[in-house]
Design a protein around this ligand. Sequence first.
Ligand code: SF4
Length: 336
Amino acid sequence: MYIPPYRTLFESGELARRAEQLVAMLTSCNICPLDCQVNRLAGEISRCYSARLPIVSSYCPHFGEEPALVGTHGVGNIFFGNCNLKCSYCQNFEISQRWKEERKNEVTIQRLAEMMIELQEVHHCHAIGFVSPTHFVPQMVEGILEACRMGLRLPIIYNTNCYDSVEALHLLDGIVDIYLPDLKYSEDEMGYRYSGVKEYAQHSRAALQEMYRQMGRELVMGEDGLVKRGLIIRHLILPNDLAGTRETFKFIASELSPIVTLSVMSQYYPTNKVSDDNAEKFESLLLLNRRIREREYDKVLDMLDEFGIENGWAQDFESQDYYRPDLADRVAPFKR
Ligand code: SF4
């Protein structure tokens, strides 16, 4: 039976030390590469509109992740509110960009821990999945610490936009069991234009290398056939190749390993600022104002062969017609 390494860190007192170190970073916040240097412990807020307490928009058993995570009882997802990115096409914009509204969903660390235990004991989920955790890494670890005292024993999934700081990730070594980063762009310009952050490519690649250092290239599977530990890289295909897929695959194959697990997503649909009314006002947004075409999708699948990427899943092309966001039952493995 898989015992998450964070249990050992808890027993030794190291988990409490890590939580303290991470919380200290909030006094001049550099939790993510935006490096805002505001004192969130004193209630100051900056780009992510988040202070001392975690914001939880919802939590539930979720069946929309990759099949090797979902199993029969789902991933116990905890959706954090607000975000450190401002993606113009965000498919979760109702919880990631309603900045002031979301502050009403602040919860205590004790409550965050109780949610984890409920997902484990009542819903029998296979893992706890933190969605958009980057700006709440210290609070997430405090919550895990508290939940350990209550008997938490599920693997932890870190489901991130990959604009993470290496320093924060370093302190998550042994705490996170499964990294699930969405590698969005291979060009900084696209990160700035569509997500409002500088040097996305540089920071996301450094973050990914740290995740890979911690996890290696192989997934650890449990007796139940589900992933217990490892790195699964997501990549959302964008219209007009704005994601720079070729360069992303090249980076993965050459700087990490072609054996690493990749999840190719075709579910893109125009929403938020790139939906019709808004997109017409800004030329750059018009490029995102359509779904992907079948030939764009096929080209990406061909690139998997070109770079010898061997393991993972690809969503059906048709996913874009119905996906809102539920993934598990319409993906196919491309293991060769
Ligand atoms: S976590 Fe928030 S406050 Fe801290 S550096 Fe990032 S965006 Fe700024």
